[in-house]
Design a protein around this ligand. Structure first.
Ligand SMILES: Cc1cc2nc3c(=O)[nH]c(=O)nc-3n(C[C@H](O)[C@H](O)[C@H](O)COP(=O)(O)OP(=O)(O)OC[C@H]3O[C@@H](n4cnc5c(N)ncnc54)[C@H](O)[C@@H]3O)c2cc1C
Length: 461
C-alpha cells in the first residue's frame, strides 16, 4: 500500500476518542499519580472499557496497512501523560515480542493473559535489560538451561516495566552463551513463579505513574511450552548460528528485531509529550504580558517555538513513514525506525525544556505540568535504545548502503505504465503541451479545454 497522509474516517475517530480519553480521564489524575508514584489501576480499567487495552485492539492497529493507526493512537494518549501512557501500553511491548517469536498457539494462549478484562486487569512485561548493560543486548548474562521437561532460568534484570507485578513476563535468556546474542531465546515467565523475585520498585525522575523494577531469577522453572517459538525453531536457529560462527556471517536476534519494530511506536509517544509542551508554551506566551505586550511578540520567545513546530512535524513524518514501512514489511535498511525514534525523542526533550523557559518561574514549579513533562521526556532518549545507539544503527545502515539510491528511488513505482509515456516531465507530454500552446489561438475554447483534460497525467488511483 502506498504511503498516504490522509487519515481514514476510522482513524479520525480513533484520534478524537483517544484525545477525549487523554483530556478527560488521563490529564485530571496525571499529577496525582506522578507525585504519589502510584500505579494507575483505575485508568487502566477505564482504558479497557474504552477498548484501548486488549490484544485485539493492538492486532487491529498493527494490522492496519496504512501504518498510521498505531502512531496516531500513541501520540494522543501520551499527550495526556507519558507515565500513565506507559502503564497503559506496556503489555503491547510484550505482545510485540511475543508476536515476533511465538507460535500461533502460544500467541492465542498468552496474548489475552497480557491484558485480562476490564473487571480483571492483567499486566505484561518485557524483560531484556540487565544491570551490566542495556544497550549491549548481545552481552546479556541471564541463562536458561533445560532440565527434564522444564527450562530453568537464572539471572538479573533491571529497569523492567511492570516487572514483578506482571501476570506475563517475556524474558530473554541465553541458552548457548558461546553464541552471544544468537544464543538467546524468549521465555514466558508467569507472575508468581517460584524464584522470580521483585528486588525493588525503582524510584524514577519521570514517568512515575509507570512501575519499573529490578528483578532476580533464581532457578525459575517454566515448562518447555513456555519457550517462545518452540524447541524445533530454536534448535534450527542455534544450528544456523553455529554455522554462521564458522563462516563469520553475522545475523540478527529476535530481541533486536522486536526493538526495531517498536521504535516508531515509542517515537509517537515522545511526539505526544512534545506536542503537549509546544501547545502549552504557545498558549502561555500568547497570554503572558511583559513590558506591555504578550511575550510571544518577542522573537526570542517566538522563534524557538517556530523551530519546535517544524521539528515536531518533521519527526512525525519520519514516525509515520517508519510505521507505514513496518506495516508493509519494508525493512529499515537505512535505519528509518531509529531515525524516527531519534528525531521524536530529542525534540520531546527540547520542547519540554523550551516550555519551561517560555514560562519562566511558572514553568519550574508544579502549578503547571511542564516540569513533569520535562522529567517524563528525558526517559525517551534513554530507553528502547539510547540516542547514541540510534545513531550507531543509522550510521551502520548508511555505511552499508553507501552509494545506494534513496528509499523512494528504490521502491516499485505506482500508477501504471501510461505514466512512463505521459507522466509529468516526460518528453511526449512536454511535446504535446507545447503543441497545444502553439495552437491555442486557432482552436475554439471548448476543444482546447478538452485537449488540456486529455493531457492530464493518468490518475494514481
Ligand atoms: C524508566 C525505564 C524503563 C525501562 N523499561 C525497560 C523495560 O521495560 N524492559 C527492558 O528490558 N529495559 C527497560 N529499560 C532499560 C533501557 O532500555 C536501558 O536503560 C537502555 O537501553 C540503556 O542501557 P543502560 O542503562 O545499561 O546504559 P548503557 O548501555 O550502559 O549506556 C550508557 C551510556 O553509554 C552510551 N553507549 C553505550 N554503548 C554505546 C556505543 N556503542 N556508542 C556510543 N554510546 C554508547 C549510551 O548511549 C549511554 O549514554 C528501561 C529503562 C528505564 C530508565
Amino acid at each position: 500500500m502506498a504511503f498516504d497522509l490522509t487519515l481514514t474516517q476510522a482513524q479520525h475517530d480513533l484520534v478524537a476518542r483517544t484525545h477525549d480519553f487523554a483530556e478527560n480521564v488521563v490529564r485530571p489524575v496525571a499529577q496525582h499519580y506522578d507525585q504519589q508514584q502510584e500505579f494507575p489501576w483505575p485508568v487502566l480499567q477505564e482504558a479497557a472499557r474504552a477498548g484501548f487495552y486488549s490484544p485485539l485492539f493492538y492486532r487491529d492497529l498493527i494490522g492496519d496497512p496504512t501504518g498510521l493507526s498505531l502512531p496516531v493512537f500513541m501520540e494522543e494518549l501520551f499527550w495526556g501523560c507519558a507515565g500513565i501512557g506507559l502503564a497503559v501500553v506496556m503489555p503491547a511491548l510484550a505482545l510485540s515480542a511475543i508476536g515476533q517469536a511465538a507460535t500461533p498457539e502460544q500467541m492465542l494462549e498468552w496474548a489475552p493473559q497480557c491484558f485480562g478484562t476490564p473487571d480483571d486487569i492483567k499486566l505484561a512485561a518485557l524483560a531484556i535489560s540487565e544491570p551490566e548493560g542495556g544497550s549491549d543486548v548481545r552481552n546479556l548474562r541471564t541463562t536458561a538451561r533445560q532440565d527434564g521437561d522444564d527450562w530453568v532460568i537464572d539471572g538479573h534484570k533491571m529497569w523492567i516495566g511492570n516487572g514483578g507485578i506482571a501476570d506475563v513476563h517475556v524474558v530473554n535468556a541465553n541458552v548457548d552463551p558461546e553464541l552471544g546474542h544468537k544464543g538467546q531465546a524468549l521465555f514466558i515467565v508467569p507472575g508468581g513463579t517460584k524464584g522470580l523475585e521483585l528486588v525493588r520498585k525503582l524510584d524514577k525522575l519521570g514517568c512515575r505513574a509507570s512501575h519499573t523494577a529490578e528483578l532476580k531469577f533464581d532457578g525459575v522453572r517454566v515448562p518447555k511450552a513456555n519457550l517462545l517459538g518452540g524447541w524445533d525453531k530454536l534448535e534450527h536457529k542455534l544450528a544456523k548460528a553455529r554455522e554462521a560462527e564458522k563462516t563469520g556471517i553475522r545475523g540478527r536476534s529476535a530481541t533486536l528485531g522486536a526493538l526495531e519494530q517498536t521504535r516508531p511506536m515509542v517515537a509517537a509517544q515522545a511526539l505526544g509529550i512534545a506536542r503537549a509542551s509546544l501547545e502549552y508554551a504557545t498558549q502561555y506566551a500568547n497570554e503572558r504580558e511583559a513590558f506591555g505586550s504578550p511575550i510571544i511578540d518577542n522573537q526570542g520567545i517566538a522563534f524557538p517555538l517556530a523551530d519546535l513546530a517544524m521539528r515536531i512535524d518533521a519527526a512525525r513524518l519520519l514516525t509515520w513513514r517508519a510505521s507505514w514501512m513496518a506495516a508493509n514489511k519494508i525493512h529499515f535498511e537505512r535505519g528509518e525506525g531509529s531515525m524516527s525514534k531519534l528525531a521524536a525523542t530529542e525534540v520531546a526533550v527540547a520542547a519540554t525544556e523550551r516550555a519551561i523557559q517560555t514560562m519562566g518561574g511558572w514553568g519550574y514549579i508544579t502549578d503547571h505540568p511542564v516540569e513533569k513533562w520535562y522529567r517524563d521526556a528525558k526517559l525517551y532518549t534513554i530507553f528502547e535504545g539510547t540516542s547514541e545507539i540510534q545513531r550507531v544503527v543509522i550510521s551502520n545502515a548508511i555505511a552499508q548502503k553507501d552509494g545506494d539510491v534513496p528509499l523512494h528511488a528504490e521502491m516499485d513505482p505506482d500508477g501504471g505504465p501510461l505514466n512512463k509515456a505521459f507522466g509529468r516531465g516526460t518528453e511526449t507530454r512536454t511535446k504535446m503541451m507545447n503543441k497545444a500552446m502553439e495552437a491555442k489561438d486557432k482552436v475554439p475554447e471548448p476543444v482546447l479545454r478538452g485537449a488540456m483534460k486529455l493531457l492530464q497525467p493518468p490518475s494514481r488511483k
